[in-house]
Design a protein around this ligand. Structure first.
Ligand code: FE
Length: 201
């Protein structure tokens, strides 16, 4: 088993899960169990996807399903870094890998006013969910002032290519937003040569 094996196994498990169909309750429940298992250990995340950016948080694509039924992203927050208030428009699971993050949750009224509905602090091993049915608008910040924090996000789409929204924190005014990704290439999950060479013939 190489360091990347837990990530490859997780991608295979989620591929099987999304192949069962788009039942959101099932995806969130089973996905949470699988994500908890993935983040129970953090040795699998390659260093290149764990580096904070100097000016802004990074969102590194780790894997995207070829049919874009799901994507997996490492979010890396440097000290003091934060997202704008934003939505997702698809289901998502957030698993805390290292450090800690604060999620501020919001609801939007019919007149467009944003109301903060609560705070959520995640520590390693914890998993939180978002979706249009559960509550989909939040702002996320590194809860630590002296070191990076990293969370692993699983979404029900190719999230970097989803047309969604950021919201003005004062007025609640929405603005179109397509996040993209910070990285140009994804980890190689499939070099299994060492384990194959070590197998008895
Ligand atoms: Fe988010």
């Amino acid at each position: 088993m190489s360091a990347i094996t837990p990530l490859r196994d997780f991608v295979a498990d989620i591929t099987r899960l999304v192949s069962l169909g788009p039942n959101e309750d099932n995806l969130l429940a089973e996905g949470k169990t699988l994500l908890e298992r993935l983040i129970a250990d953090d040795a699998w995340l390659p260093d290149a996807y764990a580096e904070p950016g100097p000016d802004s948080y990074r969102q590194n694509l780790l894997w995207c399903d070829p049919l874009e039924r799901f994507s997996l992203v490492s979010f890396v927050w440097g000290p003091g870094q934060t997202t704008p208030v934003h939505d997702h428009t698809v289901w998502g699971l957030i698993g805390m890998l290292r450090g800690s993050e604060t999620g501020e949750n919001f609801s939007v009224a019919v007149d467009g006013t944003l109301t903060k509905t609560g705070d959520e602090v995640l520590t390693p091993g914890m998993v939180s969910a978002v979706s249009p049915t559960l509550g989909d608008i939040h702002k996320v910040s590194n809860a630590l002032v002296d070191r990076p924090s990293i969370s692993i996000h699983l979404y029900g789409a190719n999230i970097g290519a989803v047309r969604r929204h950021v919201f003005d924190a004062e007025t609640g005014a929405p603005k179109d937003f397509v996040s993209g990704y910070s990285n140009e290439s994804v980890p190689n999950l499939f070099d299994r040569s060492t384990e194959i060479r070590n197998e008895a013939c």
